[in-house]
Design a protein around this ligand. Sequence first.
Ligand code: FE
Length: 163
Amino acid sequence: MNSSAHAASRMIADLVIPAIPDDERLWVPQAKGVWFRPLFFNTVSGEWVNLLRVRRSGVLSRHRHPAPVHGFVLKGEWRYLEHDWVAREGTYVFEPPGEVHTLVVDDDCAEMITLFHVCGALIYYTEQGEPAGHDDVHTKLDMCRRHFTATGLGEDYVDQFVR
Ligand code: FE
């Protein structure tokens, strides 16, 4: 084995998958009318990448991120109540750490799909500003394990997305 092959053998495996799956079971229910499709979980840095799919309108969540989020809209559109911009198909969004914002999908959007790279967590807040739980790489992994068990894929199915 030459030195570059030796180095390559120690690399973490790449991950190349269809982002939008053919199998509906890969959409993990997050809430009524809301699903996520797991793509990548990093249990060391705490970040994850997923597609968020929403098929209902109204307020989805008010939340704060302690670390950056990057988003790319694949379908439909959404906005944050705190801002005057709209994230439309093809839009890239950077969400700075520290901001609290309220995700809304408007009535005229039947379905939105957005890729989110979340570098930390979502800390949820009520309308009154009280903390109301959180999601992080481990809560997302747990949701996947439960859903993949229930749908017959098996809880280990999620392991392919973990690095
Ligand atoms: Fe956000």
